[in-house]
Design a protein around this ligand. Structure first.
Ligand SMILES: [Zn+2]
Length: 136
């Protein structure tokens, strides 16, 4: 049996890697990099945390509880996209400050991009139809 088959047999039924594992490994590398700028206790704490994350990553990759790992990854992805869209919104807020203003609908919490108009006026949410007044 070749090396590749041995690996394949060893990994069969195990979870493998995912986006969450990639994220954990990136954080691990960041911690190790930051640790280089410290000595003594802070350095040990950072290296220890990196080692712990590495262990978590290996544990998840080797895990046979595939459903549980998938659920963890789904939670991670949900948080990742929420954070990502938050930053994109902040970026657009600044980029289009002359043309648009961003407000949250009080009815459905949908994020709305409103054309900039001076003074207060009524806005109707295109998603849920709630009418509310805004002052831009
Ligand atoms: Zn709405």
């Amino acid at each position: 049996m070749g090396f590749r088959e041995k690996i394949a047999r060893f990994m069969s039924g195990r979870y493998g890697s995912d986006a969450l594992n990639t994220f954990i490994l990136i954080v691990c590398i960041i911690l190790l990099t930051v640790a280089m700028f410290f000595t003594g206790v802070p350095s040990y704490v950072l290296r220890g945390a990196a080692l712990l994350l590495l262990a978590v990553s290996i544990y998840r990759t080797m895990s046979r509880k595939v459903e549980k790992r998938r659920a963890e990854n789904a939670v991670y992805l949900r948080i990742f996209y929420a954070v990502k869209s938050f930053f994109i919104r902040q970026f657009n807020r600044i980029r289009y400050i002359k043309k648009y203003r961003y407000r949250k609908c009080p009815g459905c919490k949908n994020h709305l991009r409103l054309p900039y108009k001076k003074g207060g006026h009524e806005v109707k949410c295109p998603k849920c139809g709630t009418t509310f007044s805004v002052k831009l």
